[in-house]
Design a protein around this ligand. Structure first.
Ligand code: FES
Length: 154
């Protein structure tokens, strides 16, 4: 949306420029800042691993609303492969939604645990640890921030 605001601001200044007797330079508006600055802040080009947790990459993506996550249950954000839980009211946690048994996506539930539909593993809402079923490893925790009613990945 800021790009739209910038465009509006630019078009406003272009309208002002029309009043200035420099119309002979009509090709002037084709010069735009087309260079992509995305590579200017990447000190390392070797970082192909998606699990680097240095705290500076990809934060802030909104995952869900707090109202999506049932108290005593969990809500799966399939696109992000993250499961959000609310073990007690107002206490939100997040884990990878990829089951540690054979990689199925766990399911949204209101029944006090995080269930996997494939072979019946169940994980703790509180710490992602396996409670029953074939899975023996915990779901990895994911850092989140809660701002008002919005839950985002930290
Ligand atoms: Fe989840 Fe098997 S993949 S229980």
């Amino acid at each position: 949306m800021t790009a739209i605001n910038r465009r509006r601001a630019l078009s406003g200044s272009a309208a002002v420029a029309v009043g200035v007797p420099l119309l002979a330079a009509c090709g002037d508006d084709s010069t735009s800042t087309a260079t992509d600055p995305s590579s200017s802040s990447a000190p390392s080009e070797e970082s192909s691993s998606p699990s680097e947790d240095t705290g500076s990459s990809g934060g802030g993506a909104a995952l869900a609303s707090t109202s999506d996550v049932p108290v005593g249950g969990c809500f799966v954000v399939a696109a992000s492969k993250i499961v959000l839980t609310q073990p007690t009211e107002g206490d939100f946690k997040a884990f990878t939604a990829v089951c540690t048994h054979q990689g199925c996506l766990v399911e949204t539930s209101t029944e006090g645990d995080i269930p996997c539909p494939c072979h019946g593993s169940k994980f703790s809402l509180d710490d992602g640890s396996p409670q029953s079923g074939p899975a023996s490893a915990a779901l990895a925790a994911v850092k989140i921030t809660v701002d008002g009613d919005s839950i985002s990945q930290a």
